[in-house]
Design a binder for this molecule. Structure first.
Ligand code: ATP
Ligand code: MG
Length: 496
């Protein structure tokens, strides 16, 4: 017997070919007799070139989930154990392509040139390989960049009810990486194909599809494919990370992933626990989300950031899967359906949302303009509730209300329109100077959409300085003050 240790995975795999027979095939799961040396996760070759992964054991048999169609597998077929664990081809050729959980193209554009194969289930980088998360990853969503900042290598959960804009926030984050050099991987699990088609269309329209990989395991694919999808997406992300690049991986969504795992586990005859989920459901997601990392310089300084999505029912974040995910990730962006119905979009609830990494991943200028913003906004919401009872307000309270209204207005943004970091700096600097409150809605809108372009045209040196340094030095501040005043003058003249 030859014991061979696979260096990357650290699991001893015995290179013995055993040949067993299929005893039973049911709903994508084959029960195989005669493979006594199989280990968990090992691949088996079934008839017609279809493979399976060993996922369960009984006293005499092993149970394998079938990767692909199970119609052509019959009782009595041969099943050969392979001395390998499941892997996915990787390479730069995957950018701009749509693939399944096995890395096979789904877009009909032909073969994808791969450079290597990465294990789908891989141990997360160890603590000595990592570096603290300090580099910002700008999402272009104003509320997130200012109040719940995300860093390269972080895991931030996006959680909320159905149809409240969870996917839109993540798509905005992808669109915002157009010129940032960050590679995006969008993993679609258990959703309808038509919705994915729309997302692909949005990415193409915004010219970011070419640096995105779409990994699709839609609702009509096998349970095995849906189960493997997030791990395969991480393996693709790891290829970029280990090659010194920054990757952003989105899992849309992990609640559906947990459902499919529950379904599979019940079919594998594992004993059900709370809400009929198997006992290892926490491990399922923690093993996955631990793979996000910011690597040390010696390892190439690459990073992999995760934005997993979780769905809630009626805003209940205390569900089993939801609490698990909240405890595993470095914070959550909570989307409130009543804010969405009120028209506050993106409907991010700043009170319930946190980033445990905090403001150390913000650019200095963003850090300066965002301090106190959360408090100011929550005070405004509180006052709004109070004023429903009180009609007369003091001058001071009126002023605060006006400021809150302006903040409310500038935090909103439509989907598919990410705001660049320099624009965010200019906008919130103007807000901190208190020059936006007197503006009427039309002028405020004009300021938000036109000011940075105006600055680039009239004071390009200052615009470049803000873009490169992202710091509010005294010269930048005085320059901005001057330009804001000049912009308002031009706006005034235009109106006349
Ligand atoms: P699902 O639960 O179906 O996955 P979701 O929470 O991912 O839904 P989205 O699909 O992102 O939600 O968005 C739902 C709807 O809200 C879409 O029609 C989208 O266009 C709209 N929407 C999302 N964000 C905004 C926004 N900032 N401004 C205006 N409309 C928005
Ligand atoms: Mg969605």
């Amino acid at each position: 017997m030859k014991a061979e240790v696979k260096k990357e995975i650290n699991i001893p795999l015995f290179d013995i070919r055993e040949v067993g027979t299929v005893k039973d095939v049911r709903r994508g799961i084959a029960r195989i007799n005669g493979l006594p040396s199989c280990i968990y996760g090992q691949l088996v070759q079934l008839s017609n070139g279809v493979k399976g992964i060993v996922m369960g054991f009984t006293e005499n048999d092993v149970m394998a989930i079938i990767l692909g169609e199970d119609q052509n597998i019959s009782v009595g077929d041969e099943a050969t154990s392979l001395a390998e664990l499941i892997s996915i081809p990787v390479g730069n050729g995957f950018l701009g392509r749509v693939v399944n959980s096995l890395g096979e193209p789904l877009d009909g554009k032909g073969e994808i040139a791969s450079v290597d194969a990465y294990p789908v289930f891989r141990d997360a980088p160890g603590v000595m390989e990592r570096e603290p998360v300090i580099d910002p990853l700008s999402t272009g969503v104003k509320i997130i960049d200012l109040a719940i900042p995300i860093g390269k290598g972080q895991r931030e959960l996006v959680i909320g009810d159905r149809q409240t804009g969870k996917t839109s926030i993540c798509i905005d984050s992808i669109i915002n990486q157009k010129n940032s050099g960050v590679v995006c991987i969008y993993c679609w699990i258990g959703g309808p194909q038509i919705a994915l088609k729309k997302i692909i269309h949005t990415l193409q329209e915004n010219n970011v599809f070419k640096n995105t990989v779409i990994l699709s395991a839609s609702a009509d694919t096998s349970a095995a494919e849906q189960y493997l999808a997030p791990y395969a997406a991480s393996a693709l992300g790891e290829y970029f990370m280990y090659n010194g690049r920054d990757a952003l991986v989105i899992f849309d969504d992990l609640t559906k992933h947990a459902w499919i795992y529950r379904q599979m586990s019940l079919l594998l005859e594992r004993s059900p626990g709370r809400e009929a989920y198997p006992g290892d459901i926490f491990y399922l997601h923690s093993q996955l989300l631990e793979r996000a990392a910011k690597l040390k310089k010696e390892k190439g300084s690459g990073s992999m950031t995760f934005l997993p999505i979780a769905e809630t029912l009626q805003g209940d974040i205390t569900g089993y899967i939801q609490t698990n995910l909240i405890s595993i990730t470095d914070g959550q962006i909570y989307i409130n359906s009543s804010l969405f119905r009120e028209g506050f979009k993106p409907a991010i609830d700043m009170g319930f949302s946190v980033s445990r990494i905090g403001s150390r991943v913000q650019y200095p200028a963003i850090k300066e303009v965002s301090s106190g913003l959360r408090l100011e906004y929550s005070q405004y919401r509180e006052m709004l509730r109070m004023t429903k009872l009180r009609t007369r307000l003091s001058d001071e309270a009126m002023k605060k209300m006006r400021r809150g209204e302006t903040l409310h207005e500038i935090l909103m943004q439509p989907n598919n329109c990410p705001v660049s970091t320099p624009e965010e700096i200019c906008l919130f600097y103007a807000f901190s100077r208190g020059v936006l409150e007197p503006l009427d809605p039309g002028s405020l809108k004009a300021f938000m959409s036109e000011f940075f372009a105006y600055l680039q045209e009239n004071d390009s040196a200052l615009a470049v300085l803000i873009e490169n340094k992202k710091d509010l030095t005294p010269e930048v501040k005085s320059g901005l003050d001057k330009n804001i005043a000049a912009f308002f003058r031009s706006l005034h003249e235009r109106k006349k």
